[in-house]
Design a protein around this ligand. Structure first.
Ligand code: 6PG
Length: 464
């Protein structure tokens, strides 16, 4: 019974099991590997109607796959990926392909590509987004690395991915670690959007007195308009959910400390390295950090008297437009980071393709991504989404509402780090003149760092 399976998957946790069953559903005979017996049994049980098998033994697993072997890893990022590679290696042949489907750091992917290339094997990173349900019913997949190696798994990935208008939400992203990089920025945008939604929730609830019931219906309505997106859709569901233990609204009994596994922070860190501003993503990471300081927040809450809630409460339409404004600005930041990374790392990314495969399957899927796709179709080297003529029109129409919400929130003592960073980014970006001439003067004053002038060419220094 050797060499019978089309596809192998290592790591049969929820994501792995769901993804391999998804692949098998599409007619590709698949083999799973996990050190945990129970996970292997769970796969066999759930996959009894499709051509799927599983084992805890690496040699048996590898032998059961057709060559060149196509082995996808869905294991936690970091050391587990290296450990699995080393377990598989003695059993593999030249030309076999290992695909890392986890949220691996892109520099680790570069290292692994070189390591396996030296041994004649192919390795590439493929970001997979969509959570457990997406993995089972159709995720968005972001493969990068060797295009020739990707050709071997293309049909499998296209079959398993989500579809939008019949088009698969998977495409070759670019060279080297491009797949993991694009997924990292996807997650950075995800952090930004989630932070913005939580701020609008705060303004609506604490500021404008919305009940959870009203919020559920508000988000549900918004999901039918310009804000149509997976995150807005699930937010409506969350507000409507009751707690089985207490009968209360579940959202009210969930502790306000947000965890993170690192992808948002990596996005921010790398944006700094590239010199690309992504302040809304930075704010989202910062807010998760502040949220974890619960005890200090509670202490400070007792010390400071909160500002009283302002009178001019924003209405539903204003809140909707403010959120839409900040969504666009967040995508603009993430896309600009991708464009810069493309140059720095030579990925050969196609921005339109990225927007296209994000329209379905992934966590940041949104109606807005079709407009973003169109913008990059019109102008492939668009410097910033905020310069696309259609987005200019939209942003001009709704920027006032974003200001109203931020003014109200700041006046009422409601923290809106994400929303205000979006406005600050927009305002800075559209300011032909910034006060940073003064910074240059200060630098020259205390450190003779020199400055350029507005009225003539050259480098100048003044004895202040
Ligand atoms: C996705 C998600 C997925 C995961 C996040 C959660 O695209 O399917 O982004 O990858 O849910 O990594 O990240 P945090 O734990 O850092 O919030």
């Amino acid at each position: 019974m050797s060499e019978q399976h089309d596809f192998g998957l290592v790591g049969l946790g929820v994501m792995g099991r769901n993804f391999i069953l998804n692949v098998a559903d599409h007619g590709f005979s698949s083999m799973g590997l996990d050190t945990d017996d129970e996970k292997v049994s769970a796969l066999k049980e759930e996959g009894s109607q499709v051509r799927v098998d599983g084992t805890t033994d690496a040699a048996t697993f590898v032998k059961a796959l057709k060559t060149p072997r196509k082995i996808m890893l869905l294991v936690p990022a970091g050391k587990p990926v290296d450990a699995v590679i080393d377990t598989l290696l003695p059993h593999l042949n030249k030309g076999d392909i290992i695909i890392d489907g986890g949220n691996s750091f892109f520099e680790d992917t570069e290292r692994r590509i070189s390591y396996l290339e030296e041994k004649g094997m192919n390795f590439f990173g493929a970001g997979v987004s969509g959570g457990a349900k997406g993995a089972r019913r159709g995720p968005s997949i972001m493969p990068g690395g060797s295009e020739a190696a990707y050709e071997h798994v293309k049909t499998i990935f296209e079959a398993a991915s989500a579809k939008v208008n019949g088009e698969p939400c998977v495409a070759y992203m670019g060279r080297g670690s491009a797949g993991n990089y694009v997924k990292m920025v996807h997650n950075g945008i995800e952090y930004g959007l989630m932070q913005l939604i939580s701020e609008i929730y705060d303004v609506a609830k604490k500021g404008a007195g919305y009940t959870n019931e009203k919020l559920a219906s508000l988000f549900d309505t918004w999901n039918k308009g310009t804000l149509q997106s997976f995150l807005v859709e699930i937010t409506a569901e969350i507000f409507a959910k009751k707690d089985e233990l207490t009968g209360k609204d579940l959202v009210d009994v969930i502790l306000d400390k947000a965890k993170q596994k690192g992808t948002g922070k990596w996005t921010s860190q790398n944006a700094m390295d590239l010199g690309i501003p992504v302040p809304t993503i930075d704010s989202a990471v910062t807010m998760r950090e502040i949220s974890s300081m619960k005890d200090y927040r509670v202490e400070a809450d007792k010390v400071y008297h909160t500002a009283s809630i302002g009178q001019d409460k924003p209405d539903a339409k204003t809140l909707e437009n403010a959120l839409y404004f900040a969504f666009i600005v967040t995508y603009a930041q993430g896309m600009s980071q991708l464009a810069a990374a493309d140059k720095e790392y030579n990925y050969n990314l196609n921005m339109e393709t990225i927007a296209k495969i994000w329209r379905g399957g992934c966590i940041i899927r949104a109606g807005l991504l079709e407009d973003i796709r169109k913008a990059y179709d019109r102008t492939p080297d668009l410097h910033n989404l905020m310069l696309d003529p259609d987005f200019v029109k939209t942003l001009k129409t709704i920027e006032g509402d974003a200001r109203i919400v931020v003014q109200f929130a700041v006046g009422s003592g409601i923290p809106v780090a994400g929303l205000s960073s979006a406005i600050a980014y927009f305002d800075s970006f559209r300011s032909g003149n910034l006060p940073l001439n003064l910074i240059q003067a200060q630098r020259d004053h205390f450190g003779s760092h020199t400055y350029e002038r507005t009225d003539r060419e050259g480098i100048f220094h003044t004895e202040w």
